[in-house]
Design a protein around this ligand. Sequence first.
Ligand code: SAH
Ligand code: SF4
Length: 383
Amino acid sequence: MPKPVHPADLIGLDREQLTEALGDLGEKPLRVKQLWHWLYHQGETDFAKMTTLAKALRARLAERFCVGRPELAREQTSADGTRKWLLRFQDGNEAETVYIPDNDEEGGAVCLSVQVGCTLTCRFCHTGTQLLVRNLTAAEIVGQFLAARDSYGEWPTPTDSVRKLSNVVLMGMGEPLFNYDEVAQALRILMDPEGLGLSRRRITLSTSGVVPMIERLGRELGVNLAVSLHAVTDEVRDHLMPINKKYPIAQLMAALRAYPGASNARRITIEYLLLRGVNDSLADAKALAGLVKGIPVKFNLIPFNPWPGAPFLPPAAKSVQAFSDYLFRQGYSAPIRQPRGQDILAACGQLRSESQREKMSRAKARRAQGLADESHPPQAALP
Ligand code: SAH
Ligand code: SF4
């Protein structure tokens, strides 16, 4: 079957690339400013409605280009207000995006995925069990945010203080620092003041600890940094997170110490997942405080969110409380992250595309019938 031809998507292009695209149509750079406003301030997807552009230009744009959105495969809203979208991209791959409303305030965070699946296979993470992996493009990363804004009808972009979708966290599927270039391009689009206008202070990138990329992230993008630490010894961390064998704890701590822009006013978040009997003792809490001494950090304690077949148990409530109290007494902020959207498997580490599950079971069925398994293309090459 011939592949469908998709018109080129304007979403995900930076201003230079958009200028080039328009230049090919013989248009002046000024038009880029107007078009940018339509794409990212108005959220307009129909060229015919971009009324500040000449009619002839609108028609020519519509011939060549589209303003893409990922296809909405499913939307679910949790009893606690968390909303999850399963989004399908042009090649049929899917990823999940979640909106988590703030409990006390107006706003909330959109949690974006950066890869389909993840190469890192952390043992506690549902996403890491997904075999199919590819990087998402800047268009697909920005597209998730636009789709979330569409779902809430939050167009044109409201002023900062009244937004529902006020923050972005890169804590969905995948490792953002293994897809740096596309993530960086997406973040620059999200931060552009004439469009989506998210301040870098409202964006947090979570990494499993890709040490060589951390300094660059701070220098080039200056967003908030969160690090999934989850253990205080290399022995335990090696077991939980294979990346620790490459970049052990001491190297990670050195990278945090050197993170550009971190200060007492802008602290690095240490995410610490609590797994029953593995890393949730008071001795672990003490060692943790020792590890981060002198680094401007705050903690985010995450009780393990179970998923079907997971090899760990959630911690006892009283050990979580004791862990948090200890860090608090040492002068740290150490809130316990309340799992959100658990009824729709939208909480941290529970994301995994349904499509993959379905493909896997189809593959199993084929194997059972003695047929070749065609559903696993080679994994994308990642650094
Ligand atoms: N790859 C990046 C960002 C995505 S994961 C990273 O690992 O930091 C976002 C957060 O969810 C990480 O802190 C991750 O460790 C945590 N997480 C993964 N599985 C989890 C689970 N089952 N329960 C609770 N948190 C989990
Ligand atoms: Fe990947 Fe993060 Fe999950 Fe580890 S925790 S497998 S790095 S998404």
